[in-house]
Design a protein around this ligand. Structure first.
Ligand code: NAD
Length: 420
């Protein structure tokens, strides 16, 4: 049997393994893992929607609520054909730990609808979004569970869902969903927040290995919201971005891509191509194996597995995506001396600013762009430093330390509540 055959790609099993490893390392009361190994509540809903051609189709959606010892549940909603119960359970687990890594007063939640949005018109997607919001409305609320955008959802979808929710509860509740458009209760600096945080994590990791971000080389897999903003802030800081990719193309230029032009193309079209000839076309597999200072996987889960982890030559891997590295691959990276900044630390900037959006909604008072980003920077710097120190203290990698930091915070809240 090959390693790949033995390696689980079930994200929920991976999430449970990660939680277990950290509980073991902290030697927590067995009750802590017993409570954290499963979400406290998972809702599956089926709801009918009228399609444009007059027929009715039912859709299946989920909402997993992992743990609310520290505060209300928080996490995105994705529209994707692969959405299933194990996936939302895993993603809700990761959200609990991501919120606690940043010290936010939230527990993890995640939801989704199993569909390919490309198969539906905008009017149909609006009815689907409203049908889902209606179906999960009894379990969400500004002080209960606060969803946000995720893969294939955005501010427009959140706006429909807020409107649907408010039409049920009959009062204004903008804080029930975050990731809204700025003109409808969203926060300035939210759109930039995740990539800003990914680059901020990369800069701090570079400092730890004695390298300046100026002139440091970056390869970015996935050039969507997260990859684009990672590239933007890396470029602003003087880094040399040598490779970027999408699902369709990977582009490499060892002298550094013309990032002003790459960023402009994305701003104009919402995606990038290599029509302008930024560099040589390579495969995504080759991008992951480039000899760079920082490799930022910002696309999807399970990109670095036991099959290709040995090829990674980057000094630092900063996980912009959720779950891009399998546990088996993680062990190989560690053995090879690669510094991995794990997803729950590297990409927590998004949920940090979602938290600020929620605070602004509850206050009804809105902050300037710089104020939001400064507050975000304070939270991210503290989170990275606390976790770095914990990793040094226990002699563990940053992923284990991130889970340990979160578990310490959750276990105290669960203890105070008398859950064990
Ligand atoms: P997005 O849809 O805006 O961009 C995804 C990018 O990845 C696109 O460029 C796409 O072409 C590329 N891609 C897809 N499959 C690929 C493949 N096989 N190889 C190479 N590139 C591929 O999505 P996003 O919002 O940037 O999210 C990316 C990842 O970051 C996801 O894992 C998401 O869960 C995670 N994340 C996003 C946020 C956020 O605020 N948007 C926050 C935290 C984590």
């Amino acid at each position: 049997m090959s390693n790949a055959a033995k390696e689980t790609l079930n994200p929920f099993e991976i999430a449970q393994k990660q939680v277990k490893a950290a509980c073991d390392r902290l030697n927590t009361d067995p009750a802590v893992y017993e409570i954290l190994k499963n979400p406290l509540r998972v809702l599956e809903v089926t709801f009918p929607v009228k399609l444009d051609n007059g027929t009715v189709k039912t859709f299946t959606g989920y909402r997993a609520q992992h743990n609310n010892a520290v505060g209300p549940y928080k996490g995105g909603i994705r529209f994707h054909p692969h959405v299933n119960m194990d996936e939302v359970k895993a993603l809700s687990t990761w959200m609990t730990f991501k919120c606690c890594v940043a010290g936010l007063p939230y527990g993890g939640g995640k939801g989704g609808i199993t569909l390919d949005p490309k198969d539906y018109s905008e009017a149909e997607l609006e009815r689907i979004a409203r049908g889902y919001a209606n179906a999960i409305a009894p379990l969400i609320g500004e002080k209960i569970d606060i969803p946000a955008p995720d893969v294939n959802t955005n501010g427009k979808v959140m706006s429909w869902m807020v409107d649907e929710y408010e039409s049920i509860v009959k009062y204004s509740a903008p804080g029930v969903f975050t990731g809204k458009p700025v003109e409808f209760g969203g926060s300035l600096a939210r759109n930039e927040a995740t990539g800003y945080g990914v680059n901020f994590a990369a800069v701090q990791a570079l400092e730890k290995i004695g390298k300046d971000v100026k002139g440091a080389t970056y390869a970015i897999q996935g050039f969507g919201n997260v990859g684009y903003h990672t590239g933007l802030y890396a470029h602003d800081a003087g880094a040399k971005v040598v490779a970027v990719s999408t699902v369709d193309v990977a582009i490499y230029n060892e002298n550094g891509l013309d990032m002003d032009a790459v960023l402009k193309e994305y701003q104009t079209n919402g995606f990038i191509t290599n029509e302008a000839g930024y560099g040589r076309e390579i495969t995504n597999a080759e991008l992951l194996a480039l000899d760079v200072d920082v490799l930022a996987p910002c696309a999807l889960e399970n990109q670095i597995t036991s099959e290709n982890a040995g090829d990674v030559k980057a000094k630092i891997v900063v996980e912009g995506a959720n779950g891009p590295t399998t546990p088996e691959a993680d062990a190989i990276l560690q053995a090879n001396g690669v510094l991995v900044v794990p997803d729950i630390l590297a990409n927590c900037g998004g949920v940090v600013v979602s938290y600020f959006e929620w605070v602004q909604n509850l206050q009804g008072y809105y902050w300037e762009f710089n104020e939001v980003q400064q507050k975000q920077t304070v939270v991210l710097r503290r989170a990275f430093q606390d976790i770095w120190n914990l990793a040094q203290e226990y002699g563990v990698d940053l992923r284990t330390a991130s889970y340990m930091m979160s578990i310490r915070r959750i276990e105290k809240a669960m203890k105070a509540r008398g859950w064990y």
